[in-house]
Design a protein around this ligand. Structure first.
Ligand SMILES: NC(=O)c1ccc[n+]([C@@H]2O[C@H](COP(=O)([O-])OP(=O)(O)OC[C@H]3O[C@@H](n4cnc5c(N)ncnc54)[C@H](OP(=O)(O)O)[C@@H]3O)[C@@H](O)[C@H]2O)c1
Length: 353
């Protein structure tokens, strides 16, 4: 076996961490690569699910005695506390690891401190290797831990002329099967899927993550959330079918916002309390408008179909913009063709003042 650089090992650790996306909440995704004293890879691991072994523990188990005098390369600062599992800092010290290379410091006050513990035990600790890449791979968890509410992705489907449904209200299916398969994969990476009651009444969606070809459900289902001030979700709505957990979030339970709808910051705070770190807002246009007007969207994923309707509801309603100077400016970060459709990913630009 040939030796690899710490930088190369971190690239691999970030790749490993991504395997946990969608299954680790409320924990972060973490990857770890263990190099022996000669720089050879002797262990690899990632955190697969909350309550399961941390990435470092998996890698240490693989490495065994070869970890002694070696280097642990890990995407997030090793934890320093005993939760459902013991502190990783201690496990690394006990295994005799000489150096720990960390990409991102842990912002969680409960678990942080691993770097200090390692240093005080004489372990060399370096941080910041491939920092931006590791941050990007863990953006939902890091963002939600830093500010106390989940990372929100607004996903919508529209025609090239920006219509989210036809004039008669029909909206199934604006985009292709390939795009819908992509959406189900996206649902599999989040902890909750959120819609307004208007979408439930119009489309009666299931909102489960499933295989579109055979209908089989993904093992882990996001929490289904209906934002429904007055509790208008029908008893026989598909979201109540028992295929996944569902929360009908009413104004009575969450609190009412200034316009009488469900208070959206309070909704997100309540979701955070439930361990939700990443949310997929799936509409419809009115709820998406309210989220955008409140500055609560972190990322936008738009599926644009090569079709025109010329009439029918817009993809977005009332986002608090009345003049061009108030437009919500975006930065496109990715454009990918999915079957006949385009998937456009954008980030809202921070507003001045
Ligand atoms: N193409 C797409 O991607 C897509 C996705 C979803 C839906 N759609 C289409 O969108 C249409 C439904 O649109 P819609 O705008 O009525 O649906 P919506 O945005 O899903 O629901 C809006 C409703 O949510 C409730 N709500 C509660 N709190 C709110 C708050 N703080 N802010 C805003 N709304 C709040 C309100 O009803 P209460 O006052 O009763 O609580 C409001 O009328 C359907 O035709 C559907 O097919 C398209």
């Amino acid at each position: 076996m040939t030796s690899v650089s710490v930088d190369e090992a971190m690239r691999r650790a970030i790749e490993l961490a991504a395997r946990g996306l969608g299954t680790t909440s409320p924990n972060p995704v973490v990857g770890c690569v263990l190099l022996d004293a000669g720089g050879e890879v002797v262990g690899e691991g990632f955190h697969a699910y909350a309550g399961g072994p941390h990435a470092e523990i998996v890698a240490l188990a693989q490495a065994g005695e070869r970890a002694r005098g070696g280097t642990a390369v890990v995407t997030l600062e090793p934890c320093d506390h005993t939760g459902r599992t013991g502190p990783c800092s201690l496990a690394l010290i006990q295994a005799g690891v000489a150096r720990v290379v960390i990409a991102v410091p842990d912002p969680n006050p409960v678990a942080s401190g691993g770097a200090a513990t390692l240093r005080s035990a004489g372990v060399r600790v370096d941080t910041g290797v491939r920092l931006d890449e590791a941050e990007a791979g863990n953006v939902a968890w890091l963002t939600s831990m830093r500010r106390g509410w989940p990372y929100v992705i607004w996903k919508y489907a529209a025609t090239l002329d920006g219509r989210s449904a036809a004039a008669d209200g029909t909206s199934m299916w604006i985009t292709s099967e390939a795009a819908r398969i992509d959406v189900h994969a996206l649902r599999g990476t989040v902890d909750a899927v959120v819609v307004g009651v208007g979408t439930v009444l119009a489309d009666d969606p299931r909102l489960t993550a499933r295989n579109l070809r055979d209908g089989s459900l993904a093992i882990r289902q996001p929490l289904r959330v209906v934002v429904d001030s007055a509790g208008r979700t029908p008893d026989d709505a598909r979201v109540r079918d028992g295929a996944a957990r569902t929360w009908i979030a009413t104004a009575e339970e969450v609190g009412a916002g200034p316009d009488g709808g469900v208070d959206l910051p309070a909704l997100l705070a309540a979701l955070h309390q439930r361990g939700i770190r990443a949310v997929l807002l799936e509409g419809g246009p009115r709820l998406a408008g309210a989220f955008l007007a409140a500055g609560l969207i972190d990322k936008i994923v738009g599926y644009v179909a090569p079709r025109l309707l010329g009439a029918g509801p817009a993809a977005l309603v009332d986002a608090g913009v009345s003049t061009i100077a108030e437009a919500i400016d975006l930065e496109f970060i990715d454009v990918t063709q999915i079957g006949p459709d385009l998937r456009i990913t954008a980030l809202p630009r921070k507003r001045e003042g």
